[in-house]
Design a protein around this ligand. Structure first.
Ligand code: HEC
Length: 91
């Protein structure tokens, strides 16, 4: 019975995670893959080119593509959420 309860609880957590963006996953992916060509200073620079969420998402997809990482859509979404949370702060 106890095992069943734990199982049910972890299933609930997993379901919750698949809906909300995982900022920690985004941060880890970004730190491990995305700082080869540019630092994160570019994200807060006055001359940055990304001005909304759609452009941010498109840019992350393009950089993922040129990097050849072939992330899943969920991973792209996590990195976009992380960059927006820590740097861009679009509504
Ligand atoms: C192969 C080199 C390269 C790698 C690796 C790379 N990028 Fe980029 N990235 C660029 C270049 C070049 C630009 C600037 C393009 C421009 O100025 O139009 C850029 C721009 C960006 C911007 C837009 C900054 C702005 O102007 O607001 C974001 C966001 C970004 N990259 C995210 C990422 C992410 C996330 C990753 C990891 C998947 C990544 N980059 C990895 C080359 C790279």
């Amino acid at each position: 019975m106890k095992t069943l309860l734990i199982l049910a609880a972890s299933l609930t957590i997993m379901t919750f995670n698949s809906q909300a963006a995982d900022l920690d996953n985004g941060r880890t992916l970004h730190t491990n893959n995305c700082l080869a060509c540019h630092t994160s200073n570019m994200y807060t620079s006055k001359t940055r080119k990304v001005h909304d969420l759609a452009a941010l998402s498109a840019r992350v997809k393009r950089c993922d593509f040129s990097l050849g990482t072939q992330w899943f859509d969920e991973d792209i979404a996590d990195v976009v959420a992380y960059l927006n949370h820590d740097y861009y702060k679009f509504k």
